[in-house]
Design a protein around this ligand. Sequence first.
Ligand SMILES: C[S@@+](CC[C@H](N)C(=O)[O-])C[C@H]1O[C@@H](n2cnc3c(N)ncnc32)[C@H](O)[C@@H]1O
Length: 486
Amino acid sequence: MTKAMDATAYQDLEISSDQPPKQLTLEVGPMAPGGHCIARHEGYVIFVRHAVPGETVVVQLIQPGPAGRYWWADTIKVLTPSEFRRTHQWKLADALRAHAAGRRPIGEASLGHVVLEHQRRLKALAFRSAMTRIGEQSFDDAEISVTGIEADEPAGLQWRTRNGFLVSDGRLAVPVNNSTTPVAIRNIPLAVPQLDKLQLWGLDFSGAARVEVATPVNGRQALISIYPAPPIAESDEIFQAHVGSWRQQVATLPQHVSAMVVTPSRLDQRPEINVLQGQNVLEEHVACPQWGTRTFQVSGAGYWHAHRDGPATLVDAVMRAADVQPGQVIADLYAGAGLYSRYLAEATGPTGAVLSVDASPVASDTARHNLQDLPQVTVLNDKVNRILTSWLLIPEADVTEGGLNNRPVDTIVVHPSRVGIGKTVLKAIDQLRPDKIIYVSGNPVALARDTRVLSSCGWSLASTEAFDLAPETQRLDSVSVFRRPS
Ligand SMILES: C[S@@+](CC[C@H](N)C(=O)[O-])C[C@H]1O[C@@H](n2cnc3c(N)ncnc32)[C@H](O)[C@@H]1O
């Protein structure tokens, strides 16, 4: 049995908050969905980073988890290496080299020490474990495999078109693992080469809390979004002074690079945007061999996929799962810029209907732009729970008035953020009685929690496809189909 770790438990490990971290030799077990291997020491659970299941490693305890029930630890030495271990491709993220140099690794590329094929095996096992333990599903060994993107072989680098940074002494930085301490960097091996070409590393972003850089692989466009640190946004005079200095910095970049300052707001509010150079939107081309190539306008302040081939991969999986018939009514919930809505609407045709729902005003603005030529689409800007409540209360009303024109919804596509959907919204989806639910997920644990709720409402998991759209990291994307028993 695993003991709960309280203050006395720390004494058992011979450490306390005012003692230096202790080193332990551990044999590590399976990998959890977060990318840490699970190990045990005298009944306590230790989540070990940068190990491979089956290895014996020396770890350094880093910090206790919430309520002190477990510990986080970094691998600092490998005593019996796995056959699947390789030298980490990103020195700053390599726990072994970091600790040898007397520093902590950055929190990126947590699986960079594992060969790519085995990363995918470990992700499949972690997915299955979450869906079994939390989702209460049962799987055969063969049922879950993770499909990678061919262009990522064999290194798993240069795929990320969306990169976020902290700022340290004005320079772009990333946080140390399990911490907010920033470390300035001069390249991101996971990023598409377009990022490095911008050479942003020498620019001064002083006054920014974070900076996000979007570098689509098609065309030469790039968009830098600067989020001011809270004290700066509070005083107009200081804010304007910083806007002036950021404008001078980005003026040194080529004209095809856009830049803007975004004052953060709640998801359902429109953020204040000051364009410094160029524009506040980008174009992304999505090329699906079976479903066609389409162009999407994407806001720098709205969601878009990080992997350059993520949109095409997920559209293909959603379209195969949806098997749309002309005239069907489809709800695309958490629809962002309307990526799935576009392909679903083309398939259902003018006699069908697609309801494209997102809470973010900037996402809905771009969705309206991207879907303007498809009269069968209605873009609805509100939280999913409010939209569903309205559909259930006044189904007879027009779609623009909060209803469904009395038409039943055939298929519901959901793609929530990493927190998942939750019971209230899932129960409302269930009450709409669609034939199937297609669930796109970037977080197996949240998917597993939601799967358990859907099962309790009588839905069964018909199929799951898993995709490695974030090599070198613990992240796993999946598309699952739920059906109501007939
Ligand atoms: C993971 S993104 C998916 C976007 C889109 N399906 C795509 O593939 O490009 C999740 C989206 O959910 C939206 N969102 C988050 N919480 C929401 C809520 N409660 N109601 C409606 N939309 C929400 C976000 O604005 C974001 O656009």
